[in-house]
Design a protein around this ligand. Structure first.
Ligand code: GLN
Length: 474
């Protein structure tokens, strides 16, 4: 499929048009969406209106933007004015946001054409997209398997060639994990790099929005467009968007890379051997790779599954049937709220609310939430020490290739374990990228993970590009 970069060049140069690119995308959606369940809502009319405006501007000789006429898929926890936004939850079914997320405004300013909202695990809680109230998304590379999650729909949109790029959110791995399982590049940026205004919050100290693409250049272009300070998000870094595309081809000569033992521990053999091959590829390109152990990484999962549910239990208190979303009427307000939340939330969301409420409750706060925060502080310190020795870290993104439907749904712990390699960076607020590198069981893609210190996105894209070339991708 044509890259986002090429699409924008063609549209701006007049050899293609935004409408043509859009119709092509919509026809693939028509062909495959029933089977794959990627989009929960397709905004044909809005997208056509945007595309024709772009074509008119090109005809007038105007510069439209770096994503001129590029169709893009949006995870359905991002608000787009007037477009149904559900978080894949019954509780928000039918709700239409009165405002745009900042990332949506920035995409439109850059000439991109959002075509619709993609499926996710309910409120982004999950690793397979099986927790959606609207049915699971299928992996386009093998429809008997999951696409990963929680941004499974956004990953599948790109993997199925519906759109060249898409947006997801990553709280504990929800961009990198589906990117790995669908053979895409996916990045979780530095905390604060991308505004979360209009992202429906899951765990506010961890959530970040980021790109999916088929190659490092497209991911870098997309991240450049959405990054940069936003006064509407108090956690937004007070800096303009960094230039990233210019770094993509800088290579890794002289870079010090740490291969982290804990980031391959317990991974399937095919995954581990892909990481070992990635190590050689980086060395051949001029990096110096050393082996490291960061034992704190083993504590990440337990800390995350206290901190994230604690924040979620507070964030999700707003869904009470009063101001928006669905309401189940009852005799008084308390009964109405209880009935609304009982009917509106799925099993995993309820489990998280209970876990979080318990971890925050008087008498347990210090033992659970307080302890998890201490672990988080140690994790941050461990990363800092590692980055005194090396510029980047290397490991696996997921323990296995895409798994089969139902194989982890009966045991929440086994599902939580799919995030074991992605969680540490979220706790530290640092960036990481998953890059497809080789294939494993059943010929399915494997994702290799590169991690870096805050604001090292340029360096990460350069290393990702080196792996792409070594993997034989254009
Ligand atoms: N799988 C993790 C969870 O369920 C991460 C989800 C995410 O990053 N949104 O919490």
């Amino acid at each position: 499929m044509k890259s986002a970069q090429q699409t924008a060049l063609d549209v701006q140069g007049g050899t293609s048009s935004a409408l043509e690119e859009l119709e092509r995308a919509l026809s693939v959606v028509r062909e495959r969406n029933d089977e794959l369940n990627v989009f929960l809502h397709v905004d044909q009319d809005g997208a056509r209106a945007l595309a024709s405006t772009i074509d008119e501007r090109v005809a007038r000789g105007e510069y439209v933007g770096p994503l001129a006429g590029v169709p893009i898929a949006i995870k359905d926890n991002l608000c787009q004015v007037g477009i149904p936004t559900t978080c894949s939850s019954r509780i928000l079914e039918g709700w239409r946001p009165p405002y745009n997320a900042t990332v949506i405004d920035r995409l439109i300013t850059a000439g991109a054409v959002p075509i619709g909202k993609t499926n996710l695990d309910e409120f982004a809680m999950g690793s397979s997209t099986e927790n959606s109230a609207f049915g699971p998304t299928r992996n386009p590379l093998d429809p008997t398997r999951v696409p990963g999650g929680s941004s499974g729909g956004s990953a599948a949109a790109v993997a199925a060639d519906m759109t060249p790029i898409s947006l997801g959110s990553d709280t504990g791995g929800s961009i990198r994990q589906p990117a790995a399982l669908c053979g895409l590049i996916g990045m979780k940026p530095t905390y604060g790099l991308v505004s979360r205004y209009g992202l429906i919050a899951f765990a506010s100290s961890l959530d970040q929005i980021g790109p999916f693409a088929k190659n490092a250049m497209d991911a870098a272009l997309l991240l450049e467009v959405i990054a940069g300070h936003d006064p509407m998000d108090s956690t937004s870094l007070p800096e303009p968007s960094p230039s990233l595309a210019t770094h993509v081809n800088s290579g890794v000569v002289g870079q010090r890379v740490g291969l982290v033992r804990e980031l391959i521990e317990g991974a399937d053999e095919d995954v581990e051997s892909a990481v070992v091959r990635a190590r050689s590829a980086l060395e051949e390109a001029g990096a110096k790779v050393v082996e490291l152990s960061i034992p704190e990484f083993r504590l990440g999962l337990s800390a995350y599954y206290l901190i994230a549910p604690a924040e979620a239990s507070s964030n999700l208190a707003r869904f009470d049937g009063v101001r928006y979303g669905n309401r189940v009427d009852a005799e008084d307000v308390t009964a109405m709220m209880e009935a609304t939340r009982t009917a509106g939330f799925g099993a995993e969301v309820k489990r998280r609310i209970m876990l979080g409420t318990y971890a925050l409750s008087a008498g347990y706060f210090d033992a659970y939430y307080g302890q998890a925060l201490k672990v988080r502080t140690q994790m941050i310190a461990a990363f800092r020490r590692a980055y005194e020795q090396v510029d980047l870290l290397l490991g696996a993104t997921t323990p296995s290739v895409a798994f089969e439907f139902g194989s982890k749904t009966s045991n929440p712990m086994s599902m939580y374990l799919s995030d074991v390699f992605t969680i540490p960076t979220n706790l530290a607020g640092e960036p990481a990228v998953s890059v497809p590198f080789g294939t494993g069981e059943a010929g399915l893609p494997i994702g290799v993970q590169l991690l870096g210190p805050a604001r090292s996105e340029g360096r990460l894209f350069a290393a990702a590009r080196v792996l792409e070339i070594a993997d034989g991708r254009p």
